[in-house]
Ligand binder design. Structure first.
Ligand code: FE2
Length: 375
């Protein structure tokens, strides 16, 4: 591993200040059922709705929320739409990673001047709650970054959406708080291209690099670089496949997604044991590492606040870096194709991504791939 750049965030050329992740929009084949899944399984709450009742003719979106995380689930209402074609090619997946900015027109113009491809020019939308300006650029694959300027808006989500209230479906809170990072899978040889895109077009900085010696098992390998924006709130690891004896998880993703796209969304919690216990009781399926992982864990990471027994019971992984440690676990894919999944992460000082878990984790993924016949 190449060492993290000291004072990493100061190194970012922060000509494009980003305040945080605004929302993530998934194109899915059944938005109503997907919304129910994220509420019942992941503990989100109903927030907003747009569709026939709000004057849309061709699509429907449900917005669910948990603390700072907003997911928009969008489906077409008829054949022949761009959304329908996206779903036909990629299956359910992330279309938009929206970034919260002070000035969506400035962000757009800056990105375009610096080489970004336009998705949509700045559009101002208004309703009785005020005004939102949005603009959009393409990133890897067909994935889009929307810039969202909402300083003059106090509505539930965006103009055009109405309140969507359903009975609270949370017997006990799950505790998902914010998006910690989102990972993109890109084609062989394209990782540096997209790292360069984030550096040049958006002012991000490459804070960590993993080569195929860091991320390999007996059979498969991948490479990864992590880019971060200036304030460290937005972190995007970018993976590309590497040469191995068998097909890596990134190859499998690219085959099934039929292109580059978002591989996982990592969400932060302050109490991973409670969060994972809740998610499991609601039917969320997680990857398992062999039980022997826990025999060696204390030797590897030293003393931690948590007992090992519940970590072992729930399959939660631990890793340490110079600044502290982190706890993490990965779900199985949440759609029919083996593409996107979620990570649950609790950071206790560590700013890294769990390098010490890569091998055990990727061997667990290989076992799943073998079951699917895609290894
Ligand atoms: Fe991750």
């Amino acid at each position: 591993m190449i060492e993290a750049i000291p004072k990493i965030y100061e190194a970012a050329k922060d000509f494009m200040p980003l305040l945080g992740t605004d929302y993530v929009e998934l194109y899915v084949s059944n938005s109503k059922q997907a919304a129910h899944f994220y509420k019942s399984a992941f503990g989100f709450q109903s927030l907003a709705y747009a569709g026939l009742e709000t004057g849309l003719k061709d699509r429907e979106s449900y917005v669910v929320v948990q603390d700072k995380i907003r997911l928009v689930l969008t489906s077409p209402l008829k054949s022949g739409t761009a959304i329908g074609r996206h779903i036909d090619q990629h299956g359910d997946g992330v279309k938009v990673v929206a970034l919260w900015v002070d000035d969506a027109t400035y962000a757009y113009r800056t990105a375009i001047e610096r080489g970004a491809k336009s998705f949509c020019e700045p559009v101002s939308e208004e309703d009785e709650h005020g005004k939102v300006v949005r603009s959009g650029i393409y990133t890897y694959g067909e994935t889009v970054h929307m810039f969202v300027e909402r300083k003059a808006y106090d509505g539930p989500f965006l103009p055009g959406f109405k309140d969507w209230k359903t009975p609270d479906f949370n017997p006990s809170p799950i505790g998902l708080k914010y998006i910690d990072h989102m990972v993109g899978n890109v084609e062989l040889g394209k990782m540096d291209h997209w790292v360069n895109f984030y550096e040049e077009v958006m002012g991000f900085v490459n804070i960590l690099t993993f080569d195929d010696n860091d991320i390999s098992t007996e059979y498969t390998a991948l490479m990864s670089k992590v880019v971060s924006n200036g304030n460290g709130r937005i972190k995007f690891p970018i993976n590309e496949p590497a040469e191995g004896l068998k097909r890596s998880q990134v190859d499998e993703y690219l085959d099934f997604y039929e292109g580059e796209g978002v591989q996982h969304i990592a969400v932060a919690t302050d109490d991973i044991i409670s969060t994972v216990r809740q998610l499991r009781s609601r039917g969320v399926e997680f990857l398992r590492v062999p039980d022997t992982y826990y025999d060696a864990v204390t030797d590897r990471v030293g003393e931690i606040d948590e007992d090992i027994a519940p970590l072992r019971e729930l399959g939660i992984l631990v890793d340490r870096d110079d600044e502290g440690y982190l706890l993490q676990i990965f779900t199985k894919p949440v759609e029919p194709r083996p593409t996107m999944f979620f990570e649950i992460i609790q950071r206790k000082g560590a700013h890294s991504f769990g390098k010490g878990n890569f091998k055990a984790l990727f061997e667990a993924i290989e076992r799943e791939q073998a079951l699917r016949g895609t290894l």
